[in-house]
Design a protein around this ligand. Structure first.
Ligand code: GDP
Ligand code: IMO
Ligand code: MG
Length: 421
């Protein structure tokens, strides 16, 4: 029996979909435990590309996908995603936690509206209603999966919640009407379609652990978007770090074996907020173009920069990462020199930790180690020794700096372009 956890160590889009798909071969259950359809996880098998936003990536390998209590679910997106998979010949096995919160129409409207009022302080959210939905969960005004399969309860809850939301809409000068009847009909309709999947997933998962099954926990976003340890307020609204897996899936922390931190061989970020190693030169262009760095969910261009080990060290510490998966190493092919940030210069001091004060972060100047580049990685490489020597040096440095072993190196988007160490 193993319970392994995969999380992003940077600002998301590290290649979680690819790595989770790879490790799914040994799993019985693959579990999303936080976030919603702000995520966009890409899986490439042969010439087939799947982009999943809320369905756990393990369904592509035929494993049971679990959407845990810590997630927020937009039923319309989930149902559409399942339909599309079925059309492509994959009938996903799915379980949905009865405690997961549901993204309602007013959450999506408020996400956009709040951004408008933030002016140049805007976060640049995915506008999927994630923040407003988590806010309602914490302020105990949330609608949970269990509520949309009980018309009476949903109706009662909507009376209270819609009266609050209408006042907020007035204050924000939002014209949209919140029609209770329409929302009730639509969401009980979604409830009917989802009823068979909604269950006590935490009970099922703990039973699975007792009976020796393998569970793979699939993180969304990354450490630097964590609501607590990320670049707050330029963050998402959930716990993306390892601790989030326990609360978001209902699995005790002691059950978790390996915590695999995914590290993109460079750094990217979508949306606003500081990115200390950001590049605005030809190298930034190289990473963006060769890495096809366009957002999977919102199609916005991702900002690119050198690998920042201050960030990844912060991530390793907070999540107790036991193994690393390095992705997109091939994207560095062809660069004469490659750099890794190992510390920041803040005013006159050298620091090697990530400050909480966002103004300070914007003043941090990265301090770099330089390495010689390499020409081209053979994407059929089966072991580390098959990689160009300079690429091996680059990996060795990461491993030594982070004092954490590398378990996987990804050298292309496909399932086969993976070196298990
Ligand atoms: P996620 O959100 O962490 O699952 O990552 P995304 O799917 O949003 O973005 C990662 C992108 O990089 C996807 O288009 C993947 O197909 C692609 N990708 C993953 N691993 C590699 C790799 O090792 N090399 C290259 N070139 N592309 C990769
Ligand atoms: P995956 O799982 C990259 C970013 C948004 C924005 C901030 C808050 O594919 O790695 P939100 O809509 O969550 O309130 O937006 O977080 N963001 C992501 N960036 N990858 C993601 O997911 C993201 N999910 C949210 O761009 O800056
Ligand atoms: Mg993504």
């Amino acid at each position: 029996m193993t319970v392994n956890l995969v999380i992003g160590t940077q600002w998301g889009d590290e290649g979680k979909g690819k790595v989770v798909d790879y490790f799914s071969k040994d799993a019985d259950y693959v579990v999303r435990f936080q976030g919603g359809n702000n995520a966009g996880h890409t899986i490439k098998v042969g010439d087939q590309v799947y982009k999943l936003h809320i369905t756990p990536s393990g369904v592509i390998q035929g494993k049971t996908g679990v959407i845990g209590n810590g997630c927020v679910i937009d039923p319309e997106v989930l149902i559409k995603e399942i339909d599309e998979l079925i059309k492509r010949g994959i009938k996903p096995k799915l379980l949905i936690s009865d405690r997961a919160n549901i993204i309602m129409p007013y959450h999506k409207i408020l996400d956009g509206a709040e951004e408008k009022f933030l002016g140049d302080k805007k976060i640049g959210t995915t506008k999927r209603g994630i923040g407003p939905c988590y806010s309602d969960k914490i302020s105990r005004n949330g609608i949970r999966a269990v509520d949309i399969i009980d018309r009476k309860i949903l109706s009662k809850k909507l009376d209270t919640i819609l009266s609050i939301k209408r006042r907020i809409f007035d204050a924000y000068e939002i014209d949209e009407k919140l029609d209770k009847k329409e929302i009730l009909e639509t969401y009980t309709g979604f409830g009917e379609q989802m009823r068979d999947f909604i269950t006590t997933t935490h009970v099922e998962l703990n039973r699975a652990i007792t009976s020796g099954k393998n569970i793979l926990l699939e993180g969304a976003q990354g450490t630097m978007l964590d609501v607590e340890y990320g670049t707050y307020p330029y963050a998402t609204s959930s716990h993306t770090i390892a601790g989030g897996a326990s609360t978001g899936a209902g699995i005790g922390p002691k059950h978790i074996d390996d915590i695999i931190g995914i590290v993109k061989a460079y750094t990217t970020r979508v949306g606003e907020g500081p990115l200390p190693t950001e590049l605005f030169d030809e190298v930034g262009k190289h990473l963006s173009e060769k890495g096809h760095e366009i957002g999977t969910t919102t199609s916005r261009p991702r900002r690119c920069g050198w690998l920042d080990l201050v960030v990844v060290k912060h991530s390793c510490m907070i999540s107790g990462i036991t193994k690393l998966a390095i992705t997109k190493l091939d994207v560095l092919d062809g660069l004469k020199t490659v750099k890794i940030c190992t510390g920041y210069q803040l005013n006159r001091k050298k620091i090697d930790f990530f400050p909480a004060n966002i103004e300070q972060v914007t003043k941090c100047k990265p301090l770099y180690e330089e390495f010689e580049g390499w020409n081209e990685i053979n994407t059929n490489s089966a072991k580390l020794a098959d990689l160009p020597e300079n690429a091996q040096t680059y990996l060795k440095f990461i491993e030594e700096e982070l004092k954490t072993p590398i378990a996987v190196v990804s050298i292309g988007p496909g399932r086969k372009e993976t070196i298990e160490v």
